[in-house]
Design a protein around this ligand. Structure first.
Ligand SMILES: C[S@@+](CC[C@H](N)C(=O)[O-])C[C@H]1O[C@@H](n2cnc3c(N)ncnc32)[C@H](O)[C@@H]1O
Length: 270
């Protein structure tokens, strides 16, 4: 695995092949995406009318979870796996806004996401980004930047927000999550969010995912809240449990829209 200092150059083929990071950036209203990304994004949004609302609600869940981790649970270290193209309300902005001593390490497999992360984080000694594949926990955990920023003898929040649905069962997502859980000390957290099956519109959802997978050549697997719970081992799920992201400690009025993306915060007790 290459490091963030040796990012691969993008080839025309990379630009023509839509990427999950850049498609997501487009859905969030960002400008770090290419025509091929936008075409897939538009087709998916047309097929699933609640998709964009789910993406925005997911991003808002991330912000509320990070804020709660700092202000309610006193966590000051964050390992954000599958962090995405930087956008409004990034983890370091929320965390350091609440407590300037917070340290954040971003990890992404997408070179565009990592390159933009580098420019955004220039001059921030307490936040960094590495180019790595979360499916290889040792690569992430043994990376020199990880050792510089994160002290695993103290509580750490590992964020896996809207990323594990890219890992099919045969790649053992449960074992991957376990590998990160095992290095954490008591008082640490996992924050997860994940797309769920749409039981009311299964045909539309299947068609959209088929197009997305063929275009990006990346797998996308919907999972139920019960399947997420199975990855948590003895971590204690914090209130309000595994719920739709828009219903996880909403700041304003409770939003009852059915968005089929679930989120949770779970704590390592001992
Ligand atoms: C849908 S975006 C989510 C971004 C952010 N976590 C959020 O929820 O706003 C998923 C991100 O995960 C990254 N990703 C997918 N598979 C990955 C892997 N195996 N290792 C690291 N990053 C990965 C993608 O490149 C993309 O940037």
């Amino acid at each position: 695995m290459d490091t963030s200092d040796q990012l691969p150059m993008l080839t025309p083929a990379d630009i023509e092949r839509p990427s999950p990071a850049r498609i997501y950036d487009y859905w969030l209203g960002g400008s770090n995406n290419f025509a091929a990304d936008r075409e897939v994004a538009e087709r998916a949004a047309a097929a699933m009318p609640t998709l964009k609302a789910a993406i925005w609600a997911n991003r808002a869940f991330l912000r509320r979870a990070v804020k709660a981790l700092v202000t309610e649970y006193g966590v000051t270290q964050f390992l954000d796996l599958g962090s995405g193209v930087p956008t409004v309300g990034n983890v370091h902005e929320i965390a350091q806004g609440a407590d300037p001593s917070c340290r954040v390490l971003y990890v992404d497999i997408d070179p565009v996401a990592v390159a933009h992360g580098h420019s955004l984080l220039e001059g921030n000694a307490q936040a960094s980004v590495i180019h790595a594949d979360l499916r290889h926990p040792e690569t992430v955990l043994e990376h020199p930047r990880t050792a510089e920023l994160i002290d695993f003898s103290k509580p750490v929040a590992v964020l896996m927000i809207a990323v594990l649905h890219f890992i099919p069962d045969e790649e053992q997502p449960g074992q991957i999550v376990q590998a990160y859980r095992e290095v954490l000390s008591p008082g640490s957290f996992l924050a997860l969010s994940h797309a769920a099956p749409d039981l009311e519109h299964p045909t539309e959802q299947a068609g959209m995912i088929d197009d997305y997978q063929r275009s990006t050549r990346v797998r996308f697997i919907h999972r139920t809240p019960e399947q997420l719970r199975a990855w948590l081992g003895d971590f204690a799920v914090q209130p309000p449990g595994i719920v739709q992201v828009n219903q996880w400690r909403p700041e304003a009025e409770n939003d009852q829209h059915i968005l089929r993306t679930y989120g949770l915060l779970a704590r390592k007790e001992s």
